[in-house]
Design a protein around this ligand. Structure first.
Ligand SMILES: [Zn+2]
Length: 172
C-alpha cells in the first residue's frame, strides 16, 4: 500500500491521523470515477495515460459524506462500503454506491448474522450471480479499526508527496 493520495473525511479533515488516511493512486482514481469522493487537488505533475485518455492523479480527495468514528466503528451500510473501499468483495471491481449492495457471506437462511464479520460489499451483478452459492469474499470481513481502514506512517511533512497536504493535516 502506498501514500499517493490523502483521503479526507466529509468535513475536510483527514479521515484518520494515526495512521494517516492515504490510499494508492489506482484506488484514488477509481473512487473519483465512481463519484464517491470529490477531488480537492490533483498532483501538479503526475498524469496516468492509457491509449485513449489522460487522467490527472489526485493528490487530495474528500469523501462526499462525513463518517463519524469513535472508539468503535458503527456498523452501517456506509461504513461497510468504506471498509471495503467501495470494492465488490467477489469481483474486486470498484462501483458507485447505487450499484452496490450488502451481502451476507453466510446467508441469513443458513443462520448468517448481520454483522461486520459476515457482511461484505457486493455489486448488484455478483449479488445476483451468487444467489445461494457458497462463494468466498476476497477479504475475510472483519470489524474495522482506523488502522484497518488506513495505511500508516508517521506524520512528517517531508514524507508527503504533495506539500499542500500539510494545510489539511496540521491545521486545526
Ligand atoms: Zn462484483
Amino acid at each position: 500500500m502506498s501514500n499517493d493520495c490523502l483521503l479526507l473525511n466529509g468535513n475536510g479533515k483527514p479521515l484518520s491521523y494515526f495512521p494517516l488516511s492515504t490510499i494508492d493512486w489506482k484506488t484514488s482514481i477509481k473512487l473519483v470515477l465512481t463519484k464517491n469522493v470529490i477531488i480537492i487537488k490533483n498532483h501538479d505533475d503526475w498524469v496516468v495515460r492509457s491509449p485513449s485518455v489522460t487522467v490527472d492523479v489526485p493528490s487530495i480527495i474528500m469523501l462526499r459524506r462525513f463518517h463519524k468514528f469513535q472508539n468503535y466503528v458503527k456498523f452501517s451500510r456506509s461504513n461497510v462500503y468504506l471498509r471495503d473501499m467501495y470494492k465488490c468483495q467477489y469481483c474486486s471491481d470498484i462501483f458507485e454506491r447505487n450499484r452496490l449492495t450488502l451481502d451476507h457471506v453466510v446467508p441469513k437462511s443458513k443462520g448468517g448474522e448481520t454483522s461486520w464479520e459476515n457482511i461484505v460489499t457486493c455489486c448488484n451483478s455478483c449479488n445476483t450471480f451468487k444467489g445461494s452459492k457458497d462463494l468466498k469474499p476476497i477479504n475475510k470481513p472483519i470489524k474495522p479499526s482506523f488502522a484497518h481502514l488506513l495505511n500508516g506512517h508517521k506524520l512528517k511533512a517531508s514524507d508527503f508527496p504533495d506539500k499542500s497536504w500539510s494545510e489539511y493535516i496540521f491545521s486545526t
